[in-house]
Design a protein around this ligand. Structure first.
Ligand SMILES: Nc1nc2c(c(=O)[nH]1)N[C@H]1C(S)=C(S)[C@@H](COP(=O)(O)OP(=O)(O)OC[C@H]3O[C@@H](n4cnc5c(=O)[nH]c(N)nc54)[C@H](O)[C@@H]3O)O[C@H]1N2
Ligand SMILES: Nc1nc2c(c(=O)[nH]1)N[C@H]1C(S)=C(S)[C@@H](COP(=O)(O)OP(=O)(O)OC[C@H]3O[C@@H](n4cnc5c(=O)[nH]c(N)nc54)[C@H](O)[C@@H]3O)O[C@H]1N2
Ligand code: SF4
Ligand SMILES: [Mo]
Length: 765
């Protein structure tokens, strides 16, 4: 083959106007209409503009936290790839991960510290120096501490980096009122149910042994729309090798399109289905008797409990055929123990969610799946020591998606602060101790009951989009003495802050190490690819600077994060350079299966066994075995409001990201097509939504489809922003949160069930 200098040929062709002809030539080989293929190497490409700098990071575009490799040239980030050495990303990324570059260069970013000059909510600010902003916050915090005690300060945190605030700063300062939305608005029922049943929480990485799994059941987990990178890889793998897939969802979700069995359940009735499955597994003797004999307690009570909960009983409740219930239970048993109901992630649905999750775990136990190949493995947190510091003033209770086994979630007393006040998230004496319920800390800001929360530091939480009843939250914000918001974007709640601290994005900062509980426990590095843009700073720097101003200097006995990370890494025989040499990740060995425990029990429950019957629930006066509780039906003319993820967006944080906004700029209202005809609403028409309490949101475009039941509507969460400063996200679509004026409180874990709201459709004015 002659060596053709392709780029010159291409340029010459362009100059001579023959480029189209050249493309046509390529087209005769089957590439017609693909002129880009004929373009050849691009002389101006970023990777030819200078030395490529490679840094290691953890994607922060969603809480899945894939390990990434970031490529930059001359202080400009150009490309992000999955880190092939990271057990989580395995060298791949989802579209949101790729869009990190666009997130970094979003022109609407917060650029400098600001102090409020207008009324709360008006969004009028003056830019100030960092010292001024931090001195002001410190002065206010000290005043509040003196007058009302440390407990009067609440700290909310999410996004990676939240440990500096919702954990380290909060515990050093002495407030038990630290919370993450990823607990009581996401995983807390699952974690509490897992603790009660198996003695360990599920943790940040759901421990399915995907490689050997044969039968997967999804209960309202919509993989594909929930686009967590490795979960999609694993799901595709299972589907590709012909695994059995059962999807229970009132909507024909992306996962349902790949399923062998789709059960379009009546929303809110899953516990009845699960109890009927348990009935079938027990009465047809399809359970793993030897496994249960060795590892479980409470089987007889369970068998007695479900005796009358036949598929026929559940069919009435769930709107599913009894035969389908029987068939799916048998399908699971046929593959046991290589059959699992996926624990799921966002599981705060109807308020009785811990009991539903207990029923999920009981089915998994009957199948003998926990600790078995092809079932669920035991996660282990990696070994690494903390940087030494004085004892904390309070125990941690913020919890979150990244909860690690044995971390914060022990059962026991609610934590108290230095002045003796217990956590303010409600009168929860009868509850088991779960992580703090964020939504329950809003009322004490308004009512002063059990005591007034006077200040709020909000780090990386989208306060008016993540917590239900945003009007109540606004009232709470009006009542605060001090509201500090630490964010990267001018989200809706920023307009309500007294002081705004702009953070550098994950691509511009060092951060705490990521210590992931996993089959192969691992540690991952986050280091900056470029210097911080504008006058932004990393969250750790803010925590340290503020800590030093409020007398917590002993908790920050290091100069910078390089020193901090090196100190931590020494405990595993590593340091920063070594970690870079290892491509950003240290992988350790775990003990994933029962045989790795050499006969000792891996189940850290009081009995040392899987507790099918939960004695600790009975002791607290709660149902020791899962009970189905009916949920309220939608009133005449209303639909149950369901919501979920969209594959190219994360919550309410990426709608303004330029490339993601281009891909999908507004959400749609899934409405059953027959119902749409009855209502006289056309596909694509924009409508307004009004909920049972008169709250409205929209306009939103109707997607008339047979893929959803008649009694519910569905939308992707995170749209309908009212922040004019978000130039691409503002006013696009509808907000599920604004239509969630009520929630059902889970009496066991404090979770907020959000699917108890109803909407009616009105035509756009
Ligand atoms: N109505 C409704 N509510 C929900 C949900 C729902 O589906 N519907 N989902 C629930 C679930 S599952 C979860 S996990 C939570 C998620 O709750 P959130 O984490 O609050 O959701 P996001 O909208 O992603 O908000 C992240 C915030 O962090 C900011 N941010 C992004 N990067 C950085 C950074 O590097 N530093 C700082 N300081 N800030 C940053 C964003 O601008 C945004 O304000 O919401 C829960 N609440
Ligand atoms: N693209 C993208 N992916 C994400 C995220 C993101 O923001 N964007 N966020 C991540 C996070 S933190 C979380 S928690 C997960 C959340 O993702 P998932 O854990 O999958 O949870 P949901 O969003 O609750 O799932 C919604 C599904 O539940 C169905 N559903 C509604 N009501 C019922 C019911 O009563 N019964 C049953 N069986 N099904 C019902 C809905 O139709 C919908 O298909 O996604 C993660 N992945
Ligand atoms: S799943 Fe996607 S957005 Fe989430 S961490 Fe991984 S690459 Fe980033
Ligand atoms: Mo979540």
């Amino acid at each position: 083959m002659p060596r053709v200098p392709l780029e010159i040929t291409r340029r010459d062709l362009l100059k001579s106007g023959l480029a189209a002809g050249a493309a046509g030539l390529v087209g005769t080989n089957g590439l017609r209409g693909a002129p880009a293929m004929a373009a050849g190497p691009d002389e101006d490409a970023w990777y030819r503009q200078g030395e490529i700098r490679t840094t290691y990071n953890v994607c922060d575009m969603c809480p899945w936290h894939c390990g990434v490799v970031v490529h930059s040239v001359d202080g400009v980030v150009h490309k992000i790839d999955g880190n092939p050495h990271d057990p989580k990303s395995r060298g791949m990324l989802c579209p949101r991960g790729q869009a990190g570059v666009s997130f970094l260069y979003d022109p609407d970013r917060l650029r400098a510290p600001m102090v409020r000059t207008g009324e709360r909510g008006e969004g009028r600010f003056q830019e100030v120096e960092w010292d001024f902003a931090l001195d002001l916050i410190a002065q206010k915090l000290n005043q509040i501490k003196e007058r009302s005690g440390q407990e009067s300060v609440a700290i909310f945190g999410h996004t990676a980096g939240d440990s500096w605030w919702a954990e380290h700063f909060a515990q050093a300062w002495g407030t038990p009122n630290a919370a993450k939305p990823s607990s009581s608005l996401c995983i807390s029922p699952r974690e509490e149910a897992s603790l009660l049943t198996f003695g360990t929480p599920v943790g940040g990485h759901e421990p399915l042994d995907w490689a050997e799994l044969e039968c997967l059941t999804l209960i309202g987990s919509h993989i594909g729309e929930d686009s967590r990178n490795t979960v999609m890889q694993d799901f595709a793998g299972l589907h590709g090798r012909g695994g059995t897939i059962i999807v229970v969802d009132p909507r024909f979700s992306s996962a349902a399109t790949k399923a062998d069995h789709w059960l379009p359940i009546k929303p809110g009735t899953d516990t009845a289905l699960l109890l009927a499955w348990i009935h079938v597994l027990i009465t047809e003797e399809l359970y793993d008797a030897a496994y249960l004999d060795r590892w479980a307690t409470g089987f007889d009570q369970l068998a007695e409990h479900v005796r009358d909960m036949t598929p026929e009983w559940a069919a009435e409740i769930t709107d599913l055929p009894a035969e389908a219930i029987r068939d799916t239970a048998r399908a699971m048993a046929e593959h046991a123990p290589r059959a699992v109901i996926m624990p799921g992630r966002h599981v705060t649905w109807y308020g009785n969610d811990t009991q539903r999750m207990r029923a999920v775990f009981i089915v998994n136990a009957l199948l003998g799946a926990y600790g078995r190949h092809g079932g669920m493995y035991f996660n282990q947190a990696p070994y690494i020591q903390d940087v030494p510091h004085p004892p904390y003033a309070v125990a941690g209770s913020a919890g979150g998606c990244a909860a690690e086994p044995g971390d914060d979630d022990e059962l026991g007393e609610l934590p108290t602060g230095p002045t003796g006040k217990a956590r303010a998230d409600g009168a929860r004496e009868t509850f088991l101790q779960g992580p703090t319920a964020m939504q329950e800390l809003i009322d004490p800001m308004i009512t002063g009951d059990p005591y007034r929360i006077e200040a709020l530091i909000c780090y990386g939480v989208n306060l008016l989009h993540s917590v239900p009843d945003p009007e109540r939250t606004k009232e709470a914000l009006r009542n605060l003495e001090l509201f500090v918001a630490i964010d990267v974007l001018p989200q809706e709640h920023i307009a309500w802050a007294d002081i705004v601290l702009p953070e550098s994005t994950y691509l511009e900062r060092y951060d705490e190490l990521f210590t992931m509980a996993h089959r192969t426990p691992y540690i991952h590095l986050r280091e900056p690819a470029i210097e911080p843009l504008y006058d932004t700073k990393p969250g750790w720097w803010m925590a340290k600077e503020l800590g030093e101003r409020v007398g917590l200097e002993n908790f920050f006995r290091w100069d910078d994060l390089e020193e901090y990370l090196t100190t931590r890494l020494r405990s595993v025989g590593s340091d920063l350079d070594d970690l870079r040499d290892r491509r950003g990740v240290i992988v350790q060995e775990g003990r994933p299966f029962l045989e790795d425990f050499e006969g000792s029990s891996p189940f850290a429950t009081p009995s040392g066994k899987i507790e099918l019957y939960a004695q600790s629930l009975a002791n607290a006066g709660l149902d020791p075995l899962p009970v189905y509780e009916p949920v309220e039906d939608p009133p005449e003319g209303y639909f149950r409001l369901l919501y979920g993820r969209h594959p190219v967006h994360t919550f309410a944080k990426t709608q303004n990201t330029p490339v993601l906004s281009e891909a999908f700029s507004e959400n749609e209202l899934w409405l059953n097509d027959e119902v749409a005809v009855e209502l006289g609403v056309a596909d694509g028409e924009r409508v307004m939504l009004e909920n049972q309490d008169g709250a409205t949101s929209g306009p939103i475009k109707v997607k008339a489809t047979p893929r959803i039941r008649h009694d519910a509507v569905f939308m992707a969460h995170g749209f309908g922003s009212d922040a004019p400063e978000l130039t691409r996200a503002h006013g696009r679509g509808a907000s599920d949160t604004k239509l969630q004026t009520r929630y059902a409180l889970d009496p066991i874990c404090g979770g907020a069930g959000l699917r108890v709201n109803f909407v009616r459709i009105t035509l756009e004015a």
